[in-house]
Design a protein around this ligand. Structure first.
Ligand SMILES: NC(=O)c1ccc[n+]([C@@H]2O[C@H](COP(=O)([O-])OP(=O)(O)OC[C@H]3O[C@@H](n4cnc5c(N)ncnc54)[C@H](O)[C@@H]3O)[C@@H](O)[C@H]2O)c1
Ligand SMILES: [Zn+2]
Length: 353
């Protein structure tokens, strides 16, 4: 059966790679990998949920060991990374061997870090199975783990050799995870492509494969212009300054990353009206799309300004103590701003309560 497949190229000189997007791609993975001229040995790193659903399928077409970590953010730890690393010599992996990350962003970030550091770097393949991983974390080469003091504090920029997004896997993703991933889809459109934003308003979550393709194309473009976040790449953090602070305050429990980003985008929309010239009408369209996607738009009384501000100071998005916000000049165009004052933030949080 011939299935449709899209290819998006990430242009990074000798580190360039393709993102393959389509239905039924897991079954074809052996063929995709053979074109990369890898060594014989490899390992598939996955989590307990994804292992049950897809590991056997992958093993059937790929002669590689499967290593499983517990599902959840707590696996993104140095302890898990060292456990995995210490298993690799026994599997006789060498420089030409490969690591496949089969799962969501947690598995991708962890397995990527392992691939980046074992023998100073072995071949890395991303097989994202969550919407968030397909549209965001599997593309661009950020890998890493958390420290008790904060998220993603240890890691490396390490590009995969190939990304294979089998959109069939989204069928088993829990609804809430799907919606959370959709927040990153909305983000991507809002910062880069007004036409895509309008398309999302029209199509909602009905054409996910097309949404994945468009997000990957945008992320590929941004990353190829600024691989290591020296400038432009920072716009991908739209909604994340407040979002990350809320996640930290919630102790990374109870609120999913995408849900926090949805709320963060609502605050950022208000700040954009105040400081970046975003039209009120466009801010409202953004909030409406978030709400129509069954994502939260109201902070409630849970978050206090002082707590949020303290959490933001600890985040990587402060430079020299000043808060940085990604704001929208209009739908489809973002700027990085340090013009946001405490009073602006207080007002935005008040409006979004
Ligand atoms: N590297 C980057 O550029 C980047 C960007 C954004 C986010 N991230 C990271 O990504 C992580 C979040 O990723 P996530 O939202 O995918 O979380 P996740 O990896 O924890 O996956 C979410 C849940 O869905 C399950 N799951 C995944 N695919 C499934 C499927 N097809 N069917 C059924 N269940 C499935 C997982 O087992 C997990 O329980 C965070 O750690 C975040 O820091 C990294
Ligand atoms: Zn995010």
């Amino acid at each position: 059966m011939a299935t449709h497949m899209d290819t998006v190229r990430v242009a990074l000189g000798e580190r360039s790679y393709d993102i393959l997007i389509g239905a039924g791609l897991l079954a074809r993975i052996g063929a995709f990998l053979s074109s990369l001229n890898l060594g014989q040995r490899g390992v598939i790193i996955t989590d307990t949920n994804v292992e049950k659903l897809y590991a056997a399928k992958l093993r059937a077409v790929l002669a590689a060991e499967v290593i499983t970590v517990p599902a959840g953010e707590s696996s993104k730890s140095l302890r898990q990374a060292s456990r995995l690393l210490e298993m690799l010599p026994g599997l006789k992996l060498d420089r030409r061997s490969f690591v496949v990350a089969l799962g969501g962003g947690v598995v991708g970030d962890l397995a990527g870090f392992v691939a980046a550091t074992y023998l100073r770097g072995i071949n890395f393949i991303q097989v994202p199975t969550s919407l968030l991983a397909m549209v965001d974390s599997s593309v661009g080469g950020k890998t890493g783990v958390n420290l008790p003091q904060g998220k993603n504090l240890v890691g490396a920029f390490y590009q995969p050799r190939l990304v294979i997004a089998d959109t069939d896997t989204l069928q088993t993703l829990p609804e809430r995870e799907l919606r959370a991933g959709f927040a990153e889809v909305i983000k991507t459109a809002a910062i880069w492509d007004a036409g895509f934003f309008t398309w999302l308003e029209q199509h909602g979550q009905t054409s996910l494969a097309e949404a994945v393709r468009r997000c990957c194309a945008i992320k590929a473009e941004v990353v190829s212009r600024d691989e290591r976040e020296g400038g432009l790449r920072a716009i991908l953090n739209f909604g994340h300054t407040v979002g990350h602070a809320m996640e930290a305050l919630a102790g990374y429990a109870g609120v999913l990353h995408g849900e926090a980003v949805a709320l963060g985008m609502c605050c950022a929309a208000e700040l954009s009206v105040k400081r970046a010239g975003l039209k009120r009408e466009e801010a409202d369209r953004l909030k409406r799309l978030i709400a129509n996607s069954q994502l939260p738009t109201r902070l409630g009384e849970r978050y206090r300004l002082e707590d949020l501000r303290a959490a933001m100071q600890l985040d990587k998005k402060t430079v020299g103590g000043r808060l940085r916000f990604v704001l929208l000049k209009k739908l489809g165009e973002a700027v990085v701003s340090d013009a946001v004052t405490d009073a602006d933030l207080e007002e935005a949080i008040y409006v979004c309560r």
